[in-house]
Design a protein around this ligand. Sequence first.
Ligand code: X2X
Length: 339
Amino acid sequence: MFLSRRAVLKGSATAMVLGGVGLPFVARAQSAEFSYKYANNLPDSHPLNTRAKEMAAAIKAETDGRFDLQIFPNNQLGSDTDMLSQIRSGGIEFFTLSGLILSTLVSAASINGIGFAFPDYDTVWKAMDGDLGGYVRGEIGKAGLVVMDKIWDNGFRQTTSSSKPINGPEDFKGFKIRVPVSPLWTSMFKAFDAAPASINFSEVYSALQTKVVEGQENPLAIISTAKLYEVQKFCSLTNHMWDGFWFLANRRAWEAVPQDVRTIVAKHINAAAVNERDDVAKLNASLKEDLAGKGLVFNQPVVAPFREKLRAAGFYAEWKGKYGDQAWDLLEKAVGKLS
Ligand code: X2X
């Protein structure tokens, strides 16, 4: 922040001089008062980044160039673990992170990822735009980060593998599966008697390619845009959890922005989130056929035995205890009784 403001001051001094010699476009290009970085872990072609680019242009236009949002997709600025520490220190100003990974800092933030909790998107958006999401955002705020109101869609997660399809919970036994860095993910796949390995998304393609792990789980939009189908054979539509990205801001950087500009920035970020939800839903409808055409073999397992296995392993009881009654009640109010 300090450096970029200094650069802005220097920039406008230069621009004043250059402006006199007939290079007005230099003055325009350097006139942003706030030049903030937004980093994320997804490929450039994922709807999250397509909508982010649109949103950055809308913010620039409506702030008359005062606010310039620079997007760094695809782990260009590091893994999720790196970026989480950068958003806390102010090295980056904005970052989208799965609530499940954010739970390494804010324990309540993984609650939407409880296995088989959400039956469909209607239930997801009602909860995340309603009381459950409000509760989680409150907890994120207490941890010193700013969070935008609307969560972005990652999606319902499916299981891919290079070795075998997953037809029932017994197929997870001993299965070497990559999971993101989050206690909830590890706990859930341990409850299935799988062998989960915590690996940041930046390393997933190569971990699958070199067979460090047999499989991974992600929504179809990621399996497609990150080209995981190139290094996986089977896709089992397990729909085992719903995952979304919270749009986070470094508090000091956010509070340095005047209120009128903040209102514009937040408005466009939240609008982009709502559009991105739509894009991902539409993609999901067409991707199964598309990915099958690329050689991925699909199967649709029955869900009830997976849920039963988690229940029998004490998974729901354990996490109810960890989140506490208040949070768990909000989850059950949204999705029905779980344990
Ligand atoms: O790391 C993953 O698998 C991803 C991209 O889905 C998340 O950000 C949780």
